[in-house]
Design a protein around this ligand. Sequence first.
Ligand code: PPE
Length: 311
Amino acid sequence: MDQADLIWMNGELVAWEDAKVHVLTHALHYGTGVFEGIRAYETERGTAIFRNQEHIERLFRSADLYYMPVPYTQEQIKAATHELITANNLPACYIRPLVYRGAGVMGLNPLDAPVEVAIAAWSWGAYLGDEGKTKGVRAKVSSWRRISGESLIPHAKASGQYLNSVLAKIESHKAGYEEGILLDSQGNVCEGTGENLFLVRDGKIFTPTETGGILNGINRRSVMQIAADEGFELIERDLARAELYLADEIFMTGTAAELTPIREIDDRPVGGTGVPGPVTQRLQKVFDDALHARDERYLAWNDVVPVRATS
Ligand code: PPE
């Protein structure tokens, strides 16, 4: 990975190589952490963090769902993201806030373990490759089902829950695909290992509902807003696996992946040709403009860092 100079750890900026934890950190043993993935873009207004407030709100909600009181306010975390970007002089970056149970208590009751917070930032290119973003990726329906609300809290972005995504990602890579698509416990289409999923059929856009155990992505909601503003009909409903094969277009959204088309699903070229279709291309263009503060309609989504990065 592309290292930066400093990491924000419990209120201090420390050198990247000194941002360490004890091996008895509770989260390391039991997955008791929650995190966010946020991107900041180089824009004409300076470095702009995309929907920073919404990500910080979700971080706090995830922490609350797992009984972790965050020892900072949302305003302090937001100020920390600005401070970190400025201190590292990053014009564009991926930001990873992590709230976790630290060391001091062993066993499954973590309530007496300290809650710690770290925020790292580094530059991270196209998550599924540059070619993936333009031409689309090859995906495979995973044999692993997405975690369900019967055992965990799919709405939370919690560290331990990602073992589910890790299994699906490894399986898809070993089989020669770039991404795995997980069905939910009912067998309906759910999402990618780190992305929400949309499909287009006869000009209409479809995406799974929140009750199916998806992580309700911030980019999912952004693209839904853009689709509505662009006059597309968008329907949230359960989607059968076969609808992936019948789709004219399929794409995924996520902070890391941004908007990435799927060109092949289970070895079938999407829409017959595998070439990203017009709806995907239109949404990708407007979304990219929104990310880079180029679209007047969405400027409220761009949280501009007050100090400009110098090159
Ligand atoms: N589902 C999952 C399971 C998920 O991890 C993400 C984000 C999304 C949907 C999309 O959410 P949003 O980013 O709010 O639109 N995945 C993050 C982690 C990726 C990683 O490899 O780490 C991300 O994109 O930052």
